[in-house]
Design a protein around this ligand. Structure first.
Ligand SMILES: Nc1nc2c(ncn2[C@@H]2O[C@H](COP(=O)(O)OP(=O)(O)OP(=O)(O)O)[C@@H](O)[C@H]2O)c(=O)[nH]1
Ligand SMILES: [Mg+2]
Length: 318
Protein backbone atom coordinates (compact mmCIF):
# COMPACT_ATOMS: atom_id res chain seq x y z
CA UNK A 1 0.00 0.00 0.00
CA UNK A 2 1.37 3.38 -0.93
CA UNK A 3 1.90 5.99 1.73
CA UNK A 4 -0.72 8.25 0.21
CA UNK A 5 -3.28 5.45 0.06
CA UNK A 6 -2.64 4.46 3.64
CA UNK A 7 -2.86 8.04 4.87
CA UNK A 8 -6.05 8.51 2.94
CA UNK A 9 -7.50 5.40 4.54
CA UNK A 10 -6.30 6.46 7.98
CA UNK A 11 -7.45 10.03 7.96
CA UNK A 12 -10.14 10.52 5.36
CA UNK A 13 -11.96 7.33 4.67
CA UNK A 14 -15.22 7.50 6.53
CA UNK A 15 -18.35 5.55 5.95
CA UNK A 16 -21.58 6.94 7.12
CA UNK A 17 -23.77 4.20 8.54
CA UNK A 18 -27.07 5.57 9.72
CA UNK A 19 -26.13 8.58 11.81
CA UNK A 20 -22.75 7.24 12.78
CA UNK A 21 -19.45 8.11 11.18
CA UNK A 22 -17.04 5.21 11.04
CA UNK A 23 -13.36 6.04 11.05
CA UNK A 24 -11.81 3.50 8.79
CA UNK A 25 -8.38 3.03 10.27
CA UNK A 26 -6.50 1.06 7.71
CA UNK A 27 -2.88 0.19 7.30
CA UNK A 28 -0.67 2.52 9.24
CA UNK A 29 1.76 4.05 6.81
CA UNK A 30 5.30 2.83 6.63
CA UNK A 31 7.02 5.86 8.03
CA UNK A 32 10.09 5.91 10.24
CA UNK A 33 7.82 6.50 13.20
CA UNK A 34 5.78 3.39 12.54
CA UNK A 35 6.63 0.38 10.44
CA UNK A 36 3.35 -1.33 11.15
CA UNK A 37 1.13 -2.57 8.37
CA UNK A 38 -2.11 -3.76 9.82
CA UNK A 39 -5.62 -4.79 8.89
CA UNK A 40 -8.41 -2.22 8.86
CA UNK A 41 -10.21 -1.79 12.16
CA UNK A 42 -13.40 0.16 12.74
CA UNK A 43 -13.81 2.97 15.25
CA UNK A 44 -17.01 4.93 15.46
CA UNK A 45 -17.34 5.68 19.20
CA UNK A 46 -13.62 6.03 19.79
CA UNK A 47 -10.59 7.44 17.99
CA UNK A 48 -8.20 4.99 16.32
CA UNK A 49 -4.95 4.62 18.28
CA UNK A 50 -2.05 6.77 17.18
CA UNK A 51 1.30 5.21 16.25
CA UNK A 52 2.65 6.36 19.62
CA UNK A 53 -0.19 4.68 21.46
CA UNK A 54 0.38 1.47 19.51
CA UNK A 55 4.04 1.59 20.40
CA UNK A 56 3.22 2.19 24.04
CA UNK A 57 0.89 -0.80 24.03
CA UNK A 58 3.53 -2.99 22.43
CA UNK A 59 6.05 -1.84 24.96
CA UNK A 60 3.71 -2.51 27.88
CA UNK A 61 3.27 -6.14 26.85
CA UNK A 62 7.02 -6.49 26.24
CA UNK A 63 8.06 -5.10 29.62
CA UNK A 64 8.32 -8.51 31.28
CA UNK A 65 7.42 -12.09 30.44
CA UNK A 66 3.80 -13.00 31.18
CA UNK A 67 3.18 -15.02 34.32
CA UNK A 68 0.40 -17.52 34.95
CA UNK A 69 -1.25 -16.21 38.12
CA UNK A 70 -3.68 -19.11 38.58
CA UNK A 71 -6.21 -21.31 36.82
CA UNK A 72 -9.73 -21.98 38.00
CA UNK A 73 -12.36 -24.44 36.92
CA UNK A 74 -15.21 -22.63 38.63
CA UNK A 75 -15.89 -19.14 39.88
CA UNK A 76 -15.75 -20.20 43.53
CA UNK A 77 -12.07 -21.07 43.19
CA UNK A 78 -11.02 -17.87 41.42
CA UNK A 79 -8.33 -16.19 43.55
CA UNK A 80 -8.65 -12.66 44.81
CA UNK A 81 -6.54 -10.14 42.96
CA UNK A 82 -6.21 -6.37 43.04
CA UNK A 83 -5.02 -5.65 39.52
CA UNK A 84 -7.45 -4.83 36.69
CA UNK A 85 -8.57 -7.70 34.49
CA UNK A 86 -9.81 -8.20 30.94
CA UNK A 87 -11.34 -11.46 29.72
CA UNK A 88 -11.39 -13.06 26.25
CA UNK A 89 -14.51 -14.96 25.36
CA UNK A 90 -16.05 -16.56 22.32
CA UNK A 91 -17.13 -19.79 20.73
CA UNK A 92 -14.73 -22.69 20.96
CA UNK A 93 -12.04 -22.59 18.27
CA UNK A 94 -12.52 -18.88 17.50
CA UNK A 95 -8.86 -18.20 18.34
CA UNK A 96 -8.87 -16.91 21.95
CA UNK A 97 -5.78 -18.77 23.15
CA UNK A 98 -3.89 -18.00 19.93
CA UNK A 99 -4.70 -14.32 20.33
CA UNK A 100 -3.50 -14.31 23.93
CA UNK A 101 -0.25 -15.97 22.87
CA UNK A 102 0.22 -13.29 20.21
CA UNK A 103 -0.55 -10.52 22.71
CA UNK A 104 1.81 -11.88 25.34
CA UNK A 105 4.52 -12.83 22.84
CA UNK A 106 4.80 -16.39 24.17
CA UNK A 107 3.12 -19.68 23.45
CA UNK A 108 1.84 -19.95 26.98
CA UNK A 109 -1.83 -20.85 26.28
CA UNK A 110 -2.85 -24.19 24.81
CA UNK A 111 -3.91 -23.95 21.18
CA UNK A 112 -5.60 -26.73 19.24
CA UNK A 113 -7.52 -27.24 16.03
CA UNK A 114 -9.90 -29.36 18.11
CA UNK A 115 -12.66 -27.24 19.71
CA UNK A 116 -12.86 -27.19 23.51
CA UNK A 117 -9.12 -27.23 24.18
CA UNK A 118 -9.11 -24.61 26.96
CA UNK A 119 -10.79 -26.20 29.95
CA UNK A 120 -10.16 -23.72 32.76
CA UNK A 121 -10.10 -19.97 33.25
CA UNK A 122 -6.42 -19.01 33.06
CA UNK A 123 -5.25 -15.70 34.50
CA UNK A 124 -1.99 -14.20 33.22
CA UNK A 125 -0.20 -11.19 34.69
CA UNK A 126 1.34 -8.85 32.13
CA UNK A 127 3.11 -5.48 32.08
CA UNK A 128 5.70 -6.15 34.78
CA UNK A 129 5.49 -5.81 38.57
CA UNK A 130 2.97 -3.32 39.87
CA UNK A 131 5.06 -2.31 42.90
CA UNK A 132 2.46 -3.67 45.33
CA UNK A 133 3.39 -7.33 45.20
CA UNK A 134 1.71 -8.37 41.96
CA UNK A 135 3.88 -9.75 39.12
CA UNK A 136 1.75 -7.79 36.65
CA UNK A 137 -0.08 -4.50 36.30
CA UNK A 138 -2.91 -6.17 34.46
CA UNK A 139 -4.40 -9.66 34.21
CA UNK A 140 -5.58 -11.10 30.90
CA UNK A 141 -7.85 -14.07 31.05
CA UNK A 142 -8.16 -16.98 28.63
CA UNK A 143 -11.61 -18.54 28.92
CA UNK A 144 -12.99 -21.89 27.79
CA UNK A 145 -15.05 -21.45 24.66
CA UNK A 146 -18.77 -22.06 24.40
CA UNK A 147 -20.57 -24.12 21.76
CA UNK A 148 -19.09 -27.12 19.97
CA UNK A 149 -16.84 -29.29 22.14
CA UNK A 150 -17.39 -27.21 25.26
CA UNK A 151 -18.73 -28.28 28.62
CA UNK A 152 -22.38 -27.54 29.30
CA UNK A 153 -21.70 -26.27 32.81
CA UNK A 154 -19.33 -23.56 31.61
CA UNK A 155 -22.11 -21.12 30.77
CA UNK A 156 -23.20 -20.49 34.40
CA UNK A 157 -19.57 -20.37 35.64
CA UNK A 158 -18.61 -17.80 32.99
CA UNK A 159 -21.66 -15.71 33.88
CA UNK A 160 -20.83 -15.90 37.60
CA UNK A 161 -17.36 -14.62 36.81
CA UNK A 162 -18.56 -11.87 34.48
CA UNK A 163 -21.17 -10.55 36.88
CA UNK A 164 -19.27 -11.12 40.13
CA UNK A 165 -15.72 -10.04 39.37
CA UNK A 166 -15.22 -6.48 40.57
CA UNK A 167 -11.93 -5.79 38.77
CA UNK A 168 -13.15 -7.00 35.37
CA UNK A 169 -12.73 -3.97 33.11
CA UNK A 170 -13.95 -5.40 29.83
CA UNK A 171 -14.99 -8.63 28.16
CA UNK A 172 -13.53 -8.98 24.67
CA UNK A 173 -15.77 -11.16 22.54
CA UNK A 174 -14.00 -12.83 19.62
CA UNK A 175 -15.97 -13.38 16.44
CA UNK A 176 -14.51 -15.45 13.61
CA UNK A 177 -14.28 -13.21 10.52
CA UNK A 178 -15.32 -16.02 8.21
CA UNK A 179 -18.18 -17.47 10.26
CA UNK A 180 -19.61 -14.26 11.68
CA UNK A 181 -21.94 -13.83 14.64
CA UNK A 182 -23.77 -17.01 15.69
CA UNK A 183 -26.86 -17.39 17.86
CA UNK A 184 -24.73 -18.25 20.92
CA UNK A 185 -22.76 -15.01 20.41
CA UNK A 186 -25.98 -13.02 20.21
CA UNK A 187 -27.10 -14.63 23.45
CA UNK A 188 -23.93 -13.68 25.27
CA UNK A 189 -24.12 -10.15 23.84
CA UNK A 190 -27.60 -9.86 25.27
CA UNK A 191 -26.35 -11.09 28.66
CA UNK A 192 -23.55 -8.51 28.54
CA UNK A 193 -26.13 -5.78 28.02
CA UNK A 194 -28.60 -7.05 30.61
CA UNK A 195 -25.82 -7.22 33.21
CA UNK A 196 -24.12 -3.97 32.13
CA UNK A 197 -20.84 -5.73 31.41
CA UNK A 198 -18.47 -3.54 29.42
CA UNK A 199 -17.70 -5.38 26.19
CA UNK A 200 -16.30 -5.06 22.70
CA UNK A 201 -15.82 -7.20 19.61
CA UNK A 202 -12.55 -8.49 18.22
CA UNK A 203 -12.78 -9.94 14.72
CA UNK A 204 -10.39 -12.90 14.62
CA UNK A 205 -8.71 -14.83 11.79
CA UNK A 206 -9.04 -11.96 9.32
CA UNK A 207 -6.30 -13.53 7.22
CA UNK A 208 -9.04 -15.77 5.83
CA UNK A 209 -10.75 -12.69 4.42
CA UNK A 210 -7.73 -10.61 3.51
CA UNK A 211 -5.55 -13.37 2.10
CA UNK A 212 -7.90 -16.18 1.04
CA UNK A 213 -5.26 -17.37 -1.38
CA UNK A 214 -1.68 -16.31 -1.51
CA UNK A 215 0.76 -14.72 0.85
CA UNK A 216 -0.02 -11.77 3.08
CA UNK A 217 0.82 -8.41 1.55
CA UNK A 218 -0.17 -4.79 1.95
CA UNK A 219 -1.54 -4.88 -1.62
CA UNK A 220 -3.85 -7.79 -0.75
CA UNK A 221 -5.03 -5.95 2.37
CA UNK A 222 -5.93 -2.98 0.23
CA UNK A 223 -7.70 -5.14 -2.35
CA UNK A 224 -9.71 -7.20 0.14
CA UNK A 225 -10.43 -4.55 2.76
CA UNK A 226 -13.90 -3.79 1.36
CA UNK A 227 -14.92 -7.38 2.26
CA UNK A 228 -13.73 -6.84 5.82
CA UNK A 229 -15.45 -3.49 5.95
CA UNK A 230 -18.72 -5.07 4.87
CA UNK A 231 -18.44 -7.71 7.61
CA UNK A 232 -17.89 -5.01 10.21
CA UNK A 233 -20.77 -2.92 8.94
CA UNK A 234 -23.09 -5.91 9.22
CA UNK A 235 -21.83 -6.58 12.74
CA UNK A 236 -22.42 -3.03 13.84
CA UNK A 237 -26.19 -3.18 13.91
CA UNK A 238 -26.13 -6.52 15.75
CA UNK A 239 -23.75 -5.46 18.47
CA UNK A 240 -25.46 -2.09 18.87
CA UNK A 241 -29.14 -2.94 18.51
CA UNK A 242 -30.31 0.04 20.60
CA UNK A 243 -30.09 0.47 24.35
CA UNK A 244 -33.38 -1.31 25.13
CA UNK A 245 -31.90 -4.12 27.22
CA UNK A 246 -28.75 -2.38 28.51
CA UNK A 247 -25.44 -0.78 27.47
CA UNK A 248 -24.29 -1.87 24.02
CA UNK A 249 -20.87 -2.97 22.80
CA UNK A 250 -18.21 -0.31 22.48
CA UNK A 251 -18.31 1.21 19.03
CA UNK A 252 -15.05 -0.17 17.78
CA UNK A 253 -14.23 -3.47 16.11
CA UNK A 254 -10.58 -4.39 16.13
CA UNK A 255 -9.58 -6.91 13.49
CA UNK A 256 -6.60 -9.21 13.82
CA UNK A 257 -4.87 -12.40 12.82
CA UNK A 258 -2.74 -14.28 15.31
CA UNK A 259 -1.14 -16.30 12.53
CA UNK A 260 -0.17 -13.65 10.00
CA UNK A 261 3.03 -11.69 10.17
CA UNK A 262 3.45 -8.58 8.03
CA UNK A 263 6.31 -6.09 8.28
CA UNK A 264 7.63 -8.15 11.17
CA UNK A 265 4.48 -7.95 13.28
CA UNK A 266 1.35 -9.99 13.73
CA UNK A 267 -1.65 -8.38 12.13
CA UNK A 268 -3.70 -6.08 14.37
CA UNK A 269 -2.11 -7.30 17.60
CA UNK A 270 -0.91 -3.88 18.74
CA UNK A 271 -4.40 -2.50 18.18
CA UNK A 272 -5.82 -5.21 20.43
CA UNK A 273 -3.11 -4.42 22.97
CA UNK A 274 -4.07 -0.78 22.89
CA UNK A 275 -7.78 -1.61 23.29
CA UNK A 276 -6.87 -3.61 26.40
CA UNK A 277 -4.85 -0.78 27.91
CA UNK A 278 -7.62 1.70 27.17
CA UNK A 279 -10.21 -0.63 28.78
CA UNK A 280 -8.07 -1.12 31.88
CA UNK A 281 -7.41 2.60 32.28
CA UNK A 282 -3.70 2.11 31.60
CA UNK A 283 -3.64 3.92 28.30
CA UNK A 284 -2.65 7.27 29.70
CA UNK A 285 0.49 6.03 31.35
CA UNK A 286 2.77 9.02 31.70
CA UNK A 287 5.92 7.12 30.77
CA UNK A 288 7.40 8.89 27.79
CA UNK A 289 8.66 7.17 24.70
CA UNK A 290 11.97 8.42 23.44
CA UNK A 291 12.14 9.25 19.72
CA UNK A 292 14.64 6.39 19.43
CA UNK A 293 11.95 3.95 20.57
CA UNK A 294 9.86 4.83 17.60
CA UNK A 295 12.72 4.31 15.22
CA UNK A 296 14.17 1.26 16.90
CA UNK A 297 12.01 -1.82 16.71
CA UNK A 298 14.53 -4.11 18.34
CA UNK A 299 12.52 -4.86 21.47
CA UNK A 300 9.83 -6.56 19.47
CA UNK A 301 11.47 -9.02 17.18
CA UNK A 302 9.42 -11.43 15.16
CA UNK A 303 10.79 -14.48 13.46
CA UNK A 304 9.15 -16.74 10.94
CA UNK A 305 8.47 -19.16 13.79
CA UNK A 306 6.23 -16.69 15.54
CA UNK A 307 5.95 -13.56 17.56
CA UNK A 308 8.76 -13.27 19.98
CA UNK A 309 9.20 -10.35 22.32
CA UNK A 310 12.65 -9.91 23.70
CA UNK A 311 12.40 -8.10 27.00
CA UNK A 312 14.50 -4.97 27.37
CA UNK A 313 16.79 -4.68 30.37
CA UNK A 314 15.58 -1.23 31.20
CA UNK A 315 12.43 0.69 30.57
CA UNK A 316 12.87 4.40 30.19
CA UNK A 317 11.72 6.20 33.29
CA UNK A 318 9.98 9.52 33.47
N1 LIG B 1 -6.18 -18.87 9.94
C1 LIG B 1 -6.10 -18.61 11.24
N2 LIG B 1 -6.22 -19.61 12.15
C2 LIG B 1 -6.14 -19.30 13.45
C3 LIG B 1 -5.95 -17.97 13.91
N3 LIG B 1 -5.95 -17.98 15.25
C4 LIG B 1 -6.11 -19.26 15.62
N4 LIG B 1 -6.23 -20.06 14.56
C5 LIG B 1 -6.42 -21.53 14.57
O1 LIG B 1 -7.70 -21.81 15.11
C6 LIG B 1 -7.65 -23.00 15.89
C7 LIG B 1 -8.21 -22.71 17.29
O2 LIG B 1 -7.36 -21.82 17.93
P1 LIG B 1 -7.40 -21.62 19.53
O3 LIG B 1 -6.57 -20.43 19.83
O4 LIG B 1 -7.06 -22.88 20.24
O5 LIG B 1 -8.95 -21.29 19.74
P2 LIG B 1 -9.75 -21.12 21.12
O6 LIG B 1 -10.79 -20.09 20.89
O7 LIG B 1 -8.80 -20.85 22.24
O8 LIG B 1 -10.41 -22.54 21.27
P3 LIG B 1 -11.00 -23.24 22.63
O9 LIG B 1 -9.97 -23.15 23.69
O10 LIG B 1 -11.23 -24.65 22.18
O11 LIG B 1 -12.25 -22.53 22.96
C8 LIG B 1 -6.21 -23.47 15.89
O12 LIG B 1 -6.07 -24.47 14.90
C9 LIG B 1 -5.44 -22.22 15.50
O13 LIG B 1 -4.22 -22.53 14.84
C10 LIG B 1 -5.81 -16.93 12.93
O14 LIG B 1 -5.64 -15.74 13.21
N5 LIG B 1 -5.89 -17.31 11.62
MG1 LIG C 1 -8.47 -21.83 24.01
Amino acid sequence: MSLSTACRAETHARNVLGKTTIHYASAIPNTKASTETTSPSYYWDTAPPTPIQLKRAERFFGTAPPKLLFSATNFRTVNTSKIPEVAFLGRSNVGKSSLLNALMGQNICHVSSKPGRTRSMNFFAVGGEDGFGSPGKLAVLDMPGYGKGSREEWGPEIMKYLTGRKQLKRAFLLVDALHGLKHSDEEILSLFRQNSISHQIILSKVDRILFPKGNPSAARIERNSPDLQRICEELKSKIQPGKRDGPEALGEIVTCSSETVLSGKKLGINKVRWAILAAAGLGDEKRKLLPADLLNDSFNHTTDEGHDITHPQTVDAG
